[in-house]
Design a protein. Sequence first.
Length: 92
Amino acid sequence: PKFDPKLFTKVFKENKFTITHLVPPLLKFLVANPAITKEDFERMNTIACGAAAVPPHVVHSVWKKAGKEIYFGEGFGLTETTGGTHKLTPSS
């Protein structure tokens, strides 16, 4: 399937997620997308990100756009372990 920015934005705005799991390019998309506003992060309290490293400035950009510090967990590990082997938080 192909990524549809309009559909992703619509789903993100309509659902007012409290927890979301994203890959770094989608996290960057949220920050860069002018249609996503502070109000869209009102209920969000946790963002889990994996598949690649997320630079600290990206996390801070999300917090700035959200107008608050949202718990951010970054996980990575071998997929064959069936679970995360490492977890990083912003203070790590």
